[in-house]
Design a protein around this ligand. Sequence first.
Ligand code: NOJ
Length: 557
Amino acid sequence: MRWFESGIGYQIYPQSFLDTNGDGIGDMRGIIQKLDYFCELGVTFLWIGPIYQSPQDDGGYDISDFYHVDPRYGSDQDLKELLAKAHQKGLRILLDLVMNHSSDQHPWFLESRESVDNPKRDYYIWRKGKNGGPPNNWESFFSESAWQYDKLTDMYYMKIFSAHMPDLNWANPEVRQEMFALAKYWLDLGVDGFRLDAISHLSRDESFRDSRKRADATGFVPDWSKFSNRPKVFEYLKDFRHQVLDNRDVLAVGEVGGGASVGLARKFSDPLDGGFDLVFTFDHCWQNDSFGNDTKEDQKFEVQVDKLKAVFDRWYRGMHQDRMLVVYWLNHDHPRVLSQYGDTGVYRKESAKMLANTLYFLYGTPFIYQGEEIGMSNVTYQKISDFRDVSAQNYYKSAKDRLSKAQILKFLQRTSRINARTPMQWDDGEHAGFTTGSPWVKVNDNYLKVNVKDQMADPDSIWHHYQKVLTLRKEPKIRKAIIHGKLKWLHLRHPDIFAYSKITDELTLTVISNFRNREIEFPLGEYREIHCHNYPDLLIRNHKIVLRPYESVVVFA
Ligand code: NOJ
């Protein structure tokens, strides 16, 4: 078994993790300070979001120097120290590798835009406009055209994310070599692998013809097939594996994301194809239908438990025989899972524990997102300008003529990725102990009652529950059940209860979770031991277990 198959990952969003120099931005020394924290929680490796030099148009995913740490996060030396100290403690480190695009302030781009015959011109994708507009009707992921006009040469460059993030031209072999050299540089420095950003988009439909699909409210067409999962991506990635990853004991996790079927994910993680060790997919993330529904402000966005289970079932069936899965509830691009699938009111604690039980005994390598372990939840910012994120601001621009401000606010409060990006709530001091300065983005008001310090002092807290779950996962017979056990769903189609067993010849581990805030009866079979229960006792009536609001229990038989 490779190290990450039995490992436990934790994602750090560096600018919001811990600030040690009072500039309001989390930094590398903050991560170094907390290395023991991860060990105590039970984490074995970290994925750290991009820390490279960047004008920060898109949270550091817009990179102007791929080889150096941005001074806001510290120095190159700090990163080396972080690697050394983490390794001493047995923690491995993944960096975010962004190869699809650069910042428009990257020297390559500054040269590329100079003239049509500049040697770096072909590092990016330039096309002439059409009928006074962009070269085609493709939409970017951030609610506008996928092209940006540049008057210097009177042409457009392609950018599937923000206007300040021109797409690199992977069809150019020089670009590929640059990127392979970059990845080798970081691996040679001692990083243990990468999360590969936006990796399914490296190739485009090179005819660049208009999409025939319908435009949305932006006037452009959200036809991701024009630049996602295209055949050439697999060729590029095969070379990447051979030239960069082969013969190194490192982890490559590809963000293959939306629209990737099980079949495609298998291709991305086929040693002879995409070659990733693990892939992130998004199917389980929006099972409350809140994504895209910006006009349905009064609808109750209740998680559809049967659909959620069907997603996990599909991925398990398609992958478990020869691929490892990732299990995660959220990352920095999502709202908080407690707000989506749990309860942020009276059952905050119960529902956060329930979500941990439900996910982390399933087949897969966990990635916990910072703050999840204390039940952090969505923010209730009242001003659009508080949503300091390019995708939120672009969405606002594209929606403001058709929706009221109140509607837009509600939608952002529910779906915006800033929800996951607010500062980590360390204690009940000013700015939640995140910074002594003024935080780059507002702290969630609930830090007085939701913070690490209080929860570490309270054995019944969400934090301690996470610690229990992770400790349990590491016990050999339980690890065996999670990784090699057969998955058996209990009432797969039940609309409210998420229940399954993982079965080996030594153990039947069963998880039963109530996703609702009301009592529900459920059959309970034989059991010998009870673990990770979020209520003090089991309530049995007529040979059935009566699950109270958000009750969840792990039993062994
Ligand atoms: C995916 C990242 O997770 C997201 O935060 C970013 O905006 C895009 N890729 C572009 O890099």
